[in-house]
Design a binder for this molecule. Structure first.
Ligand code: CA
Length: 227
């Protein structure tokens, strides 16, 4: 972790300074930007390990930065800083590709804990083995193991699980899932997503009716609970 670089995009000077000091104290390398244009440039060209991103920014706002980053297929984790009481901001941000959010005013300790958890998960994904409950998802071997025994998944179920795990903690919309798992296949509908989730839950959830891994996010889609 000591070599991780955090990009902080925030236009309030006092907050930016406070965040920078705290992250540096923890041993992170910190890049800062006080407007969206600079932030987007650093995000695209400096390969930060994680981005802390304010929404209301001069020049380019946080949503647009998220959108641009994901458009370039960069999967750097993004934590958004949202204003209190703006639930719609959160949904929009998550839909545009943010991984998590904290609501202002927040405790720096809480933000640091989220950042640490997210970096740990990113490393686990990179190692291509993800553990949850009694399961191990082996992304190189393309198989799911329960206590070392292989659980048979259809190719779609496997892709679905891989996608959910990759974005653990983040709500994925049915359309996003369709795009990733079914690609450009126009004959499938959002119902196909729900059916695949049902069969996947039957295979991994201790109680499929009361899921602990794959949660339903009302009116939106699904979220894998980070372990
Ligand atoms: Ca701001």
């Amino acid at each position: 972790m000591p070599e991780d670089t955090i990009l902080i995009v925030e236009d309030e000077p006092a907050l930016l300074r406070g965040l920078t000091d705290n992250f540096e104290q923890k041993g992170y390398r910190v890049l800062t930007a006080d407007d969206g244009e600079k932030g987007l440039h650093l995000a695209l060209h400096k390969q930060p390990s994680l981005i802390v991103l304010d929404i209301m920014l001069p020049k380019i706002n946080g949503y647009e930065i998220c959108r641009q980053i994901r458009k370039q297929n960069l999967d750097v984790p993004i934590i958004m800083l949202t204003a209190k009481g703006e639930e719609s901001d959160v949904v929009l941000g998550l839909n545009l590709g943010a991984d998590d959010y904290v609501t202002k005013p927040f405790s720096i300790r809480e933000l640091l804990a989220r950042v640490e958890a997210m970096l740990r998960r990113a490393q686990q994904i990179q190692s291509r083995r993800y553990h949850f409950g009694d399961f191990e998802l082996d992304m190189v071997g393309h198989r799911l193991l329960r206590n070392g025994e292989e659980v048979t998944l259809t190719p779609k179920e496997f892709s679905m699980l891989q996608l959910l795990v990759r974005y653990a903690g983040r709500a994925l919309t049915r359309d996003e899932i369709l795009d990733h798992v079914w690609g450009g296949d126009i004959l499938v509908t959002r119902r196909s997503v729900d059916r695949c989730i049902t069969t996947l839950r039957a295979k991994i959830e201790p109680e499929p009716q009361n899921p602990i891994f794959i949660k339903t996010v009302r009116d939106l889609g699904y979220r894998f609970e980070p372990q």
